[in-house]
Design a protein around this ligand. Structure first.
Ligand SMILES: [Zn+2]
Length: 133
């Protein structure tokens, strides 16, 4: 089951909850320390909020991504660009899977093959069926 990292706005402590995707959708998340409901989801791994700045909307444009499906190296380059632009927001949370995926793309491996060989990717929220972009 995926683990969702949160930070409590009241006591400032980070914590994580582990929920199935279905539970997550209807679960009211409370701080593990003070039971406050004022908790903020921390960005995890290769997951971006669509409401981010416009440059990210451009990067997430499906039309632009369509061509990349067939060009793993171009996709790897774009993912590296995204990760460096997003560095402040993602920070240390980006996780080792991201580098692994990018390395494999740069080696010319197809995204679907990468998913097969890295089943853990399926557990990450937002990673879905298309390596999370
Ligand atoms: Zn708290």
């Amino acid at each position: 089951m995926p683990t969702y990292p949160y930070i409590c706005e009241d006591c400032g402590k980070p914590f994580s909850i582990t929920l199935s995707y279905r539970e997550y959708e209807k679960h009211k998340v409370r701080c593990a320390y003070c039971q406050s409901e004022k908790v903020t989801r921390r960005i995890s791994r290769v997951r971006f909020a669509r409401s981010e700045e416009s440059r990210l909307d451009a990067l997430a444009d499906p039309a632009m991504l369509a061509g990349l499906e067939d060009d793993p190296r171009a996709m790897a380059k774009m993912m590296r660009t995204m990760s460096s632009e997003m560095g402040d927001e993602i920070g240390e949370d980006i996780g080792p899977e991201f580098d692994e995926v990018v390395d494999r793309l740069e080696a010319g491996q197809k995204p679907e093959d990468i998913e097969k060989e890295m089943p853990d990717l399926g557990d990450a929220p937002g990673m879905g069926g298309d390596i999370g972009i």
